[in-house]
Structures are given as structure tokens and as C-alpha cells.
Ligand binder design. Structure first.
Ligand code: HEC
Length: 110
């Protein structure tokens, strides 16, 4: 394989990976939900059904200001005010929004 062929291949692979990551946010959010929220709010179906899509948007607006406030004084306060929430909030939002109780969608495994 010549050098330029492998460079081209590497570029194609890199673009492919970017595309997968972009559409995998809901899956990532589901994983994050199961890891961090399930213990208190039940499985993903139940969790996402707590709110409508519009409500999830509101809860996660301004970097999740509202959902952070909801957890002030709970055992989850440290998580919501920490950097882990900041890093995963977008994925969580995508997952919860996708399956909000007025979305008509149900996660395949919860
Ligand atoms: C340590 C337990 C705990 C964890 C972990 C936790 N929560 Fe909560 N959550 C609560 C409590 C307690 C409340 C406030 C009482 C209530 O409304 O149920 C709450 C409230 C909420 C509300 C508002 C409910 C309402 O009626 O408006 C949402 C939405 C929510 N949590 C989502 C999440 C999400 C998403 C996660 C994971 C990122 C999470 N919670 C993690 C305990 C937890």
C-alpha cells in the first residue's frame, strides 16, 4: 500500500467514526442514564416518561440549570454539580428527549 492510499483510508475511517459518534448520542445517553439515574428513577423507559419532550428541553436548558436545581439537597446533588454531568448532559438530554412521554418512542432495552 502506498503512503497516499493509507492516508486516504485513514481519512475515510476518521469520517466514518465521526458520523457514528454523531448518531450514537442517544445510545450514549441511555448508557449514562442506566449508570447514573436508574438507581433512583427506575429503568430508561420509566425515566424518560417522567416528562414530555418540551419539558426535557426546559430541564436541560442553560446547561441543565433546572434539572440541577431539582436535585439540590438530594443524594444526587454531587453528581449534578460535578463535571461528569457537564460532560454527559447533552447525551442524557438526547436520550430522554427521544423517549419523552409524548414522543411515541420506547427504548429497545431499558
Ligand atoms: C440519589 C438519587 C437520584 C439520582 C441518582 C437522580 N435523581 Fe433525579 N431526583 C431525585 C429526587 C429525590 C428528586 C426530587 C423529587 C422528585 O421530584 O422525584 C429528583 C427529581 C428529578 C426530576 C424532576 C422530577 C419532576 O417531577 O419534575 C428529574 C427530571 C430527574 N430527577 C431526572 C434525573 C436524571 C436524568 C438523573 C440522572 C442524570 C437523575 N435524576 C438522578 C433523586 C435522584
Amino acid at each position: 500500500m502506498t503512503k497516499s492510499t493509507s492516508l486516504l483510508l485513514a481519512t475515510v475511517v476518521a469520517f466514518g467514526m465521526m458520523a457514528t459518534t454523531a448518531s450514537a448520542d442517544i445510545k450514549k445517553g441511555q448508557k449514562a442514564y442506566l449508570k447514573t439515574c436508574k438507581s433512583c428513577h427506575g429503568n430508561g423507559t420509566k425515566g424518560a416518561a417522567m416528562h414530555t419532550q418540551a419539558e426535557w428541553e426546559e430541564l436541560f436548558a442553560n446547561s441543565g440549570e433546572s434539572i440541577i436545581k431539582k436535585h439540590a439537597g438530594t443524594k444526587a446533588e454531587a453528581f449534578f454539580s460535578g463535571s461528569t454531568f457537564g460532560n454527559t448532559s447533552q447525551d442524557l438530554r438526547d436520550f430522554l428527549f427521544e423517549y419523552g412521554n409524548d414522543s411515541g418512542n420506547v427504548p429497545s432495552c431499558g
